[in-house]
Design a protein around this ligand. Sequence first.
Ligand SMILES: [Fe+2]
Length: 309
Amino acid sequence: MAAQVFCEGAFAGENGARFGRVTTVHQHNAHKLQLFSDAGLEALLTRYPREDIGVYAMGDTPDTWRRGRLGDLPAGELLSMVKEGRVWLNLRAANSKDDEIGQLSQSILSEMKTAMRGFRPIKPDLGLIISSPNARVFYHLDVAQVMLFHVRGHKRIYVYPRTEKYVRAVDLEGVVTHETEEEIPYAADLDAGASVVDLEPGQMVSWEQNAPHRVENGDDMNVSLSFEYMTPVGIARANTIFANAWLRKRFGYQATLEPRPSLSWPAKVALARVLKKIAPIDTDAPSVFPHCFTLNKSGITFDTAEYAI
Ligand SMILES: [Fe+2]
């Protein structure tokens, strides 16, 4: 793609200097691409490997998050289902599964490297999210750094401080070691401390690594790019937290959220590498969210009544 993804000055001044460390908003042009029109999305959904599309449904509360499977419905009907129903599609690793999105991902990274000296992204992983009016993503955190490029529709994102009040170290450790999913305990009164951003197409929001967040869609279909990546410091931090989880279990070590690099990090990173070599993380372990419904031409069919929302 020839045109610039980011608007002129998207990372200039204080906003660019704070990128990755606090919640910042940056302007982009990706929403203007034909790729994200109805026809473009239908073509993408037609050519995209079905097994790499995650499908989820939800009600209004965190206990109603459900993971499903895609039935045999054509891309156009799938898109209509998203517009009319309440589902959340994730085209996983789209930067490596689709050439057009792969090029967009490369443009994003090269423009950012030009705009910010010292920006060293590792393991970029771009998921394309197509979600229904009023869909929700409940309170959770991600291990990696995240940029959310908003492309279509309206959504409100709540980003919470990465402090013990919002996420306990033991819960962060559970996510980093894959012992739990990304969901962490939530209470409505935490919202008072959140940064709230009403996202419009053409905005990208980024936040501090591991900061808890949640999303509420407006009453239109939403399309966003969830761009995860790591940095050298981010990887060291994740390994430090991984080691803390083991030290806590083994010796009752009272770990913190590791808010900034410290002298203990190199030893903990080395420990984490040894631990992962002895017992690699099993990312194929059964999820607490089993596949429990099928999305087909007639809508959502739950496997059993216990999963119904
Ligand atoms: Fe997230």
